[in-house]
Structures are given as C-alpha cells and as structure tokens.
Design a protein. Structure first.
Length: 424
C-alpha cells in the first residue's frame, strides 16, 4: 500500500495517471458497450471480457476460408488440423508453463472432468479431496460427481476448507488441512483466484503441501488466467484449467485452457479419457486402434478444434503478446490500488463498506469484492442506472474489476464519485 500514498482523491490525478499509462492505446482496440449512446464503465471483465475489434475479422477470415475451400481448409498452408499449436507460446507465458504443458480445448467444466478422471484415482485409504467452502458450483458438481461415480460419499470424503468471516482463506489453514489429512488425501482442487472474494491463493505452497503427503494439487484458474502472471511449471502444480472468456477476452463460452505438468504429460500410461485428437499426429489419420498419445497435454485432446470460435481466442492472445502480461499486471496493481485508495479514504463511503479482497496486492488480481453493511442494492442500482456494469453477489457484495487492458483511472474515479452520491 505504501506506494499508493501518492494517490490523491482528485480528478487531476486520475487524468494524469491515464496520461502516463503506457498501455492506454489498447482501450481503442476493444468494443466498449454503450447505453443510451454513451460508453458504459465496464468493470465486469471478471465475468465476460470485452470484444477485441480484431476478433470480427479473424472469425470472418475462417468463415471465408471454409466457404472457399471446404474440407481442403484442414490441410492448406495454414491448416486447421494443426490449429491447437497456435497460441501455445502466449498461453504458456501467461501461466508460466512449457509449450507442451498447455493447450486450448473444450470448455472449463469439461476439462475439470477430464483432469479429475486422470487425477482422482482413489485407492484404499487415499480417497479424500479438498476444496474451498463456497467453491464455484460447477467445480463442486464436477468433484462430487466423480466421487459419486466411484461410490465414494462426498459427506465423508470431501473436505471443504472454511474461510474466516471476511471470506479469507489463510494459507496456513489450507496447508494444515492438507498435512493433517495426510495419506487419506488424493487431491486438492482450489481456485487460483477465488471468484467471490478475489483472493489469490499461494499455488506454490499449497502444491508443496499436497506433494508432501503424496497427493496431487490442481487449480481452477478461471479468475486468474490473464489477470495475474503465474509460474505453474516452476511451482510444480500438477494440473490447472481456466476459461478464456473472462480476463482472456475470447467471447462467451469460448475454449478453455489447460495446463498439465510435463512429469505427468510425458507419461503415456497416465490414466486419461482419450480421443482421436490426442493420437500421435503422424499416424492419426491411419485410423487404427493402437493409442499412442502425443506427449504433453496434447495427448489429452479429444476432438478437432472448433476453429470458428478458437480464432477469437487467438486474436485475444495476440493482444496479450503485444501488451505483455507483466506490463498488464503492473497497471492492474495501480488501477485496483487506486480504486481501493479512493474507497478507504472516502469518509462518506467508508462506514458502509468493507473490502473482502485482501489488501496485500500479491494476494489479489484486478477484482475488489466490496461488502456493503447497508444500502448495497441501492448502490448497485445507482451505479447501473449511471452506466456502470458491475456484478452483484448475494447477500450484499458488489464485485468490481477494473481491467488494465481497457479500463481507465478516470473510470475508477467516476465510480467512486457515483458511490459517494449514495452515502452523503
Ligand atoms: C467462470 C467459472 C466457471 C465456468 O465454467 P464453464 O465450464 O466455463 O461454464 C467454472 N468455475 C469457476 C471457478 C469459474 O470462475
């Protein structure tokens, strides 16, 4: 927080910060939604990222190619069959992986199922899974369905770690739960960033604890990918998956990213649910039944890529390549820090809220989750009426996510001014 002391609650400061922003030109590369012919303040990139302008032409290009070439498009000079190789370089740089440890395929929940099929292999005593209490329902459903399918009762074998009264998960508590579960623990599946509170967990330390007791550690990075740079390979994380439509701006429901550590990916005998697209590319089209999986996560692919939507993912990854995740993160720390600074130093707002997201910037990304002691719904409606897109979570929480790619310091300032109007 120290470096934020120079922020002043002053529109001049916001304007100056915007002027000095080295990434300011990127905003123009996105479509900003409008209400009543006026650009909205879009603080919902944690839910659905905005559309890069380039996306339209990228998709059109593939539609045109399909129209002109039909099936020949699979094997031309820019072949659809090898589509999944594209974008790997940028994906791997976002999460800190080797090229063959990442791929884009399927959707997030589908990939969680595939990874659980590989990593949840309960044996004798080792049957338990750890998640966080209040986990995203899809993750909870995925996990419990794997247990039930194996006739393991989640009531006895699913451990849900509780946060404190502010929604905070202490790393000590998580690691303690892992260590005390010991050799009864099969798998930890936790978020990178918890969707409700915006807390970024300590992936390395959780993974280390899991490995200490012989369990696997996997992470749902839906809210972390494209938000915070990570070092999955170095941290020895076993697996991870994320969607591409939140901070990765690839469009509603678009393809999911997967990470699989090479120590598993390079083992052809590692259990998996297989498909023909995971087959050794040199023999795939011989259509024979001996499965010789591609080394790395590619050996987990099931199907040929959905080209029309996947190119939107590539379009977005190109922009990440240009901007650089570390540059984006630098701006993000300032932008979210500025929002926090304006909120906690505002005497009108301060008595009515508490920020659930950790103060420590290394424990959070873009998002701040603001709990309202009172008038939360009124504040939400007021913001909405004034063209601010944010999201409401029961019972009393507004999640605000200024995104460094397309949001500005002046937008942050404007939102705090609007909130002040409620409480004066
Ligand atoms: C957004 C999100 C999902 C969504 O899953 P889909 O399969 O992409 O619909 C799942 N889990 C978490 C933690 C999320 O944040």
């Amino acid at each position: 927080m120290n470096k934020l002391r120079h922020f002043k609650k002053d529109p001049l400061t916001a304007r100056l910060l915007d002027q000095k922003d080295p990434l300011k030109e990127f905003r123009k590369e996105f479509h900003i939604p409008k209400q009543n012919n006026k650009e909205v303040i879009y603080f919902c990139g944690n839910s659905l990222g905005l559309q890069p302008k380039i996306t339209f032409s990228k998709i059109n290009h593939e539609l045109k190619k399909w129209a002109e070439k039909g099936v020949e498009g699979h094997f031309d000079e820019d072949p659809w069959v090898s589509h999944h190789h594209k974008g790997k370089k940028t994906m791997s740089s976002l999460v800190g992986a080797k090229i063959h440890e990442v791929v884009a395929m399927n959707n997030l929940t589908t990939n969680l199922h595939l990874l659980l099929a590989s990593f949840y292999q309960p044996k004798e005593k080792r049957k338990k899974m750890i998640i966080e209490k209040g986990a995203f329902p899809s993750d909870y459903f995925a996990i419990t369905s794997h247990m039930k399918q194996k006739e393991i009762d989640p009531k006895d074998h699913l451990i849900e770690i509780s946060p404190d009264e502010n929604g905070y998960f202490s790393n000590e508590k998580i690691c303690h739960a892992i260590l005390t579960t010991g050799d009864a623990l099969a798998l930890v599946l936790l978020p990178g960033i918890q969707y409700y509170s915006g807390q970024f967990l300590n992936l390395k330390s959780i993974t280390h604890a899991a490995h200490k007791v012989g369990a696997f550690a996997g992470f749902d990075l839906a809210h972390a990918a494209g938000n915070i740079p990570m070092t999955l390979h170095e941290d020895k994380v076993d697996f991870a998956a994320w969607c591409s439509y939140k901070y990765l701006n690839s469009g509603p429901g678009n393809v999911s990213g997967v990470f699989l550590h090479e120590k598993h990916g390079n083992n052809p005998d590692f259990p998996r649910l297989a498909g023909w697209w995971g087959q050794n590319e040199t023999i795939r089209f011989k259509m024979e039944n001996d499965f010789d999986p591609i080394p790395g996560i590619d050996g987990w692919m099931l199907s040929n890529a959905n080209i029309i939507s996947s190119v939107a993912h590539l379009a977005s990854l190109d922009m990440f390549e240009k901007a650089g995740i570390h540059e984006l993160r630098k701006k993000s720390i300032l932008l979210t820090g500025y929002l926090e600074y304006l909120l906690v130093n505002n005497t009108a707002i301060k008595p009515h809220i508490k920020i659930l997201t950790p103060k420590n910037e290394s424990e959070r990304g873009c998002q701040l989750s603001i709990y309202f002691y009172d008038q939360g719904k009124i504040a939400f409606d007021h913001l909405k009426k004034n063209g601010v897109i944010i999201d409401w979570r029961e019972p009393n929480v507004i999640r605000v996510a200024p995104v460094p790619f397309y949001n500005t310091f002046q937008e942050v300032e404007k939102v705090v001014t609007l909130l002040t109007q409620i409480f004066v």
